[in-house]
Design a protein around this ligand. Structure first.
Ligand code: GLY
Length: 365
């Protein structure tokens, strides 16, 4: 692996905005550069935990004051009511159309603060500073923002591209191990869908990755962010290519909804979803068993995953129909045809989907 002298930056180019995803140790201390003249009306949305651990690095850049708004965190709080509360707090503190929101936290915080920025006075800019691995490699970049409805994830939302994404791998040193592992599953996803070498790095170096060796962590983040930036640039609105980023999310979202968003972290549900999609691809005869086994082994190496044995395959099948990836009643699956390549397939027989889900739920990861 190459030790980098300087860390990379990956551009996302969309009609809405062109911006950089900067992967750099210490990047939080550069936030002020991206806020520009709006610093008097800057609103950081964060959680108390993140603020206690990392807030000082942000606060010291705003000697004239930074408005800090606390969000309770947790998937169950990712609801519209919280966005309304945050918007009212912004108004009480003098926010106007010239204000900027800084999303400073994990994926839930970056989704909620992005959505807040998207609809506050019909839209103000957002700077994303993700502090979990999952948010760094996926949630904070690409402009998807939103909140959950009772029946499903992210069913209320908007595309709102940030002015920049500052990814500081240093913050990961304080991340709880289960959250770090959950983020790794999104990196495994990137390898499976588009980058065999990235997958092989995860397959070959689990000890260095799990020990959070800086060179390994930085290489994984850069590899995943590069893919995300390329895919979003090619297809901002998920008309086509961007759907590959949903590998593992079809069944994963159903598992999250079925467990009421409290039992599994998003990345863990995606890991179960990737196992189900991999088994489905094998059952359809579209993936060689050797490749499927490598995928399973690598996912499980970054486990253990919380058990989902008690879930009912039929209830998960029912949930697939209400997912927003379902179009005209057809469930779409992202299926790996080999490591580094996927196909989007719809119209799979229900009995085969049920079998793949049932066999996956029985597994101990
Ligand atoms: N997390 C999937 C996407 O951004 O499209």
């Amino acid at each position: 692996m190459v030790q980098r002298d300087h860390m990379p930056s990956f551009a996302v180019q969309t009609e809405q905005r062109v911006y950089e995803n900067i992967v750099e140790r210490g990047a939080i201390r550069r936030a002020r550069e991206f806020v520009g003249a709006r610093c008097a009306k800057c609103f950081a949305v964060t959680t108390e935990d993140v603020w206690r651990l990392h807030g000082e690095k942000l606060r010291t850049q705003f000697p004239d004051g930074l408005n800090v708004l606390f969000f309770p965190g947790g998937e169950a709080n990712k609801r519209f009511a919280q966005v309304e509360t945050l918007a009212e707090q912004m108004l009480e503190r003098g926010a106007d159309r010239g204000s900027i929101v800084i999303g400073f936290g994990g994926g839930i915080v970056t989704d909620v603060s992005g959505f807040l920025a998207a609809i506050f006075m019909r839209g103000v800019p957002v700077l994303q500073i993700p502090t979990t691995l999952l948010a760094q490699v996926d949630a904070a970049t690409g402009g998807k923002t939103g909140v959950n409805l009772r029946n499903g994830k992210n069913l209320l939302g908007s595309f709102h591209q940030p002015v920049a994404v500052l990814i500081d791998p240093e913050v990961l040193s304080t991340l709880p191990l289960n959250e770090y592992r959950a983020g790794l599953f999104e990196v495994v996803k990137c390898g499976i869908i588009r980058d065999r070498a990235l997958f092989e790095l995860l397959e070959r170096e689990p000890d260095r990755v799990l020990e959070r060796e800086p060179a390994a962590v930085d290489a994984l983040i850069a590899g995943a962010v590069k893919i995300k930036a390329e895919v979003v640039t090619a297809d901002e609105r998920e008309g086509d290519l961007r759907r590959i980023l949903n590998f593992g999310h079809t069944v994963g979202h159903a598992i999250e909804a079925e467990t009421e968003y409290i039992r599994l972290l998003h990345g863990e549900a995606v890991a179960w979803g990737m196992l189900a999609a991999t088994r489905l691809t094998e059952l359809l005869g579209m993936l060689a068993s050797g490749e499927a086994e490598r995928i399973r082994r690598t996912i499980c190496r970054y486990g253990p995953l919380p058990s989902v044995r008690d879930l009912q395959p039929d209830r998960l099948l029912g949930r697939l129909a209400s997912d927003k990836k379902t179009l005209a009643g057809k469930v779409h699956f992202v299926l790996p045809t080999k490591i580094g390549e996927v196909k989007i397939v719809s119209g799979v027989e229900e009995a085969v989907i049920r079998k793949a889900i049932a066999e996956t739920l029985e597994r101990t990861s």
